[in-house]
Design a binder for this molecule. Sequence first.
Ligand code: MRU
Length: 368
Amino acid sequence: MKIDGTHYRTIWQDDAGVVQVIDQRWLPHELRIVPLKTRADFVVAIRDMWVRGAPLIGAAAAWGVAVAMQEDPSDAGLTETWDVLHETRPTAINLRWALDEMERVLRPLAPAERAEAAAKRAAEICDEDVEINRNIGLHGLEIIKAIAAKKPGQTVNILTHCNAGWLATVDWGTATSPIYHAHEAGIPVHVFVDETRPRNQGAQLTAWELNHHGIPHSLVVDNAGGHFMQHGEVDMVIVGTDRTTARGDVCNKIGTYLKALAAKANGVPFYVALPSPTIDWRVDDGVKEIPIEERNQEEVTLVQGRGADGQIALVQISPDGTPARNPAFDVTPAELVTGLLTERGLCPADTAEMEKMFSDLKSAMLAG
Ligand code: MRU
């Protein structure tokens, strides 16, 4: 998508072949683009959330393998790279999906052929992500159009949580792709942006994205969603997902589950934008089986922002020594999900329906 008129992706290879990323830790205050030149750089960038969002984590891992193959293309090097990158973040399944995909392509090759083949596949994975997200947007546009048709001349209000925008993917975003398409189609939309404590991906990233695209939005505290739904101010919720199970349980940023409960209680449709690489066909019961990343306490006790002096600073918001818990994700059971918005169309969050739409991908994952 565009930043001040210039088109960017979140990750790309420059003319010298070096992988560049937007370092998201400094947004919205500073746009910093940094090179990732070694496998170790990729490990830090994913683990410390310079890049984040399930699809982008997968794309970055693919490029991490490609760079690692320049360093050590041996069988042992490939195995170690898979392990080291896999440990960076445990919840988003796109990470494992991308590592498995790179392994599938590279393992049969002679070591001398691996670096080139890895760069080619990593670039393809990025292009595929863009296409998947564009298609999610086109299917989502139909839903927004249907809502708009029921309230002619009025704005369609959409609530989203965290950042499932283009910054979380290679381009377009998942949850935001229908919104960008609707905006381009001239449908008046307004987005309620949950701030998304503790790391504030909504306040810092989604608000920044929407602002750059001129899409009307309001930043709201995480606890406000239920209120707006109760008062008929939300027409639909669209969120992203870090891992969706074979029966349609959705693991996403902490707080998503509460939004789904509020949506159900108020008759507001709750859609999940789901790229197919985010489906984990090995897992059924998301609450019991998905490992939830527990991040450090300082993400809860400290908040980053820009001070009056223009400097980016961390401030402490709790008493010295206050213990905190910081689960980064939660699971929304399938029965709370109105529909899964995939690149192949809208799919009910249901085992049989998901299998019908994605039988090829399910077989491929379970065979691998
Ligand atoms: O911890 P993050 O910022 O990587 O979490 C991101 C989310 O939870 C997104 O909603 C999810 O990855 C979907 S992104 C298209």
